[in-house]
Design a protein around this ligand. Structure first.
Ligand code: BLA
Length: 505
């Protein structure tokens, strides 16, 4: 057993969040073995069965449920193809006289776990809604519109006060890239948070279990009676969450949340983060529809990622056409290329681009001083690497020569010849300088035991601290585009030479 006292904000990636031994009090949990004997139960079963959890443990399932409910549960398990699946049975009369219940069933190791919660009638998450919003997804013109719609759709399905699309970056830090606010609260759009805000074990769990709901951050939860062992609640729908995270939400003034994972190609691409400013839990049906929505959105995002690469190739093709058709043999290669410098710069998001050919250079975008360019050229001429070369922390690469790294943090080099080098140098500023806190100054809040660190503003500052000296990393598709630009320019250089030869001979 781990000691919960040992977990604090410096080591919270070690907290076994699937083994907390409690569920939230809006439902109840029962655990059976292969013989259909009750082996564990949440203490609040006594509210439903007029007997304590302790006295029910060891009893056969028939003591709790009718034969027809047992059959439904048995059929539900047969439908579970993967160990991380959970089957849902909605609106069932499970316990006579206790109203309709929604049931989630899954298998965890040797345990059959049955979770129950009172049914809620919801119109919002009907299949008609789902069909209508799927049509809207397909019509989104571009990626930004797609995710803005996605935030609105998730808000329609679930009814939260605020819904955000939170995207992970390569270093596992995250960014709020879309937001739907239904009440007057400050915006978190565009803000960045360090990887530690959603620690590694939580990210791993969120790949397996797509939704987690926190109905009320002040709910102490209900212990599970399970003898000596602690149940693995990875796939549970009722699991209580880490107290560190609850403190974070309390500091944010949030009372209830849900998050829904967005998985692409087996990786956690991002998640929907939903907030409510009063206790709230959407129905199991809404949560299930939200999962289906997130899975289809993931497919749409994936196909648009391929589309981005296709567009990049198309842009490179157009650059090729422009360059080839405008080649003039009467002027130098530098002069031939300089007219297209702005287009080449626009292809890859960056603050400045320097074209260097035969000792001459030209800057597109934000100005770069000649001393800085000379320093870069000198340094690059000494470097051994021949291909596309990208860094997102210039000071690491330049060692002690920090003057330039004060102004730029990221560099992508497209070499066009060996030494002395002709090349394109794309430069990016430090990321922390380009992202700024958008909202109002933080309102005073009563802080929990771990203090101010667990607030969005401090979290954002922690991220800025970590990213000091780093630029936005160069993405796979930008590096792909850089390769395309390189081959276009190499071809133009060869043609240019051929033309010269033809004119001269
Ligand atoms: C979990 N942290 C989470 C979750 C989110 C965030 C979305 C998933 C649980 C949920 O749905 O509420 C983070 N939520 C955010 C962020 C925003 C947001 C960044 O709305 C931005 C707007 N958290 C910390 C620190 C630690 C920490 C410093 O900030 C520990 C060092 C821990 N966060 C933490 C843990 C979990 C978590 C342990 C897992 C909770 C669980 O599933 O049990």
């Amino acid at each position: 057993m781990y000691d919960s006292q040992e977990i604090n904000i410096s080591n919270c990636e070690r907290e076994p969040i699937h083994l907390l031994g409690r569920i939230q009090s809006f439902g109840l949990l029962l655990c059976f073995n292969a013989d259909w004997t009750l082996t564990a139960a949440s203490e609040n079963v006594s509210d439903f069965f007029d007997a304590s959890a302790q006295s029910l443990i060891g009893q056969p399932i028939e003591r709790l449920f009718s034969e027809s409910v047992k059959i439904k549960i048995r059929r539900a398990i047969v439908g579970l193809e993967h160990s991380d699946d959970s089957e849902r049975l909605l609106n069932l009369e499970v316990i006579p006289g206790k109203g309709k219940m929604d049931v989630a069933v899954h298998i965890s190791g040797d345990d059959l776990i049955v979770e129950l919660e009172p049914s809620q009638v919801t119109e919002k998450a009907s299949f008609q809604t789902l069909r209508r919003i799927h049509q809207e997804v397909a019509l989104a013109q571009d990626f930004n519109e797609l995710i803005a719609r996605a935030a609105r759709h998730m808000s329609l399905i679930t009814g939260y006060d605020r819904v955000m699309v939170y995207r992970f970056h390569a270093d596992q830090s995250g960014e709020v890239i879309a937001e739907q606010r239904n009440i007057d609260v400050e915006s978190y759009l565009g803000l960045r948070y360090p990887a530690s805000d959603i620690p590694a074990q939580a990210r791993a769990l969120y790949l397996r279990n797509l939704t987690r709901v926190i109905a009320d951050v002040n709910d102490p939860g209900v212990p599970i009676r399970s003898g000596q062992r602690t149940l693995d609640l990875s796939i549970s729908t009722l699991r209580t969450v880490s107290p560190i995270h609850l403190e974070y939400l309390q500091n944010m003034g949030v009372q209830a949340t849900m998050s829904v994972s967005i998985r692409i190609d087996g990786k956690l691409w991002g998640l929907f983060a939903c907030h409510n400013y009063s206790p709230y839990v959407p129905s199991l049906q809404q949560r299930s529809v939200a999962e289906v929505y997130a899975e289809t959105l993931a497919l749409e995002i994936r196909s648009r990622m391929f589309e981005e690469e296709r567009i990049a190739s198309e842009q490179a093709r157009q650059l090729h056409l422009r360059l080839v058709t405008s080649l003039e043999t009467s002027v130098s290669l530098f002069d031939n290329l300089v007219v297209h410098a702005q287009k080449m710069h626009q292809l890859i998001p960056s603050d400045s681009m320097v074209l260097v050919v035969a000792g001459e250079f030209h800057v597109s975008g934000d100005p770069v001083s000649s001393e800085d360019i000379q320093l870069l050229i000198q340094q690059l001429n000494q470097s051994e690497s021949r291909g596309i070369f990208a860094v997102d922390c210039l000071s690491d690469w330049l060692y002690e020569r920090l003057t330039l790294a004060d102004r730029y943090a990221g560099m992508l080099v497209v070499p066009l010849s060996r030494r002395p080098r002709d090349m394109l140098i794309y430069l990016r500023k430090e990321q922390a300088q380009t992202v700024n806190w958008a909202g109002n100054p933080e309102k005073p809040v009563e802080l929990g035991p771990n203090g101010i660190r667990l607030t969005p503003r401090k979290s954002f500052e922690a991220w800025k601290e970590i990213r000091r000296g780093y630029s936005e990393p160069w993405t796979r598709s930008e590096l792909f585009l850089a390769e395309q630009v390189k081959s276009v320019l190499l071809e133009v250089i060869v043609r240019n030479l051929d033309e010269y030869k033809r004119v001269v001979s």
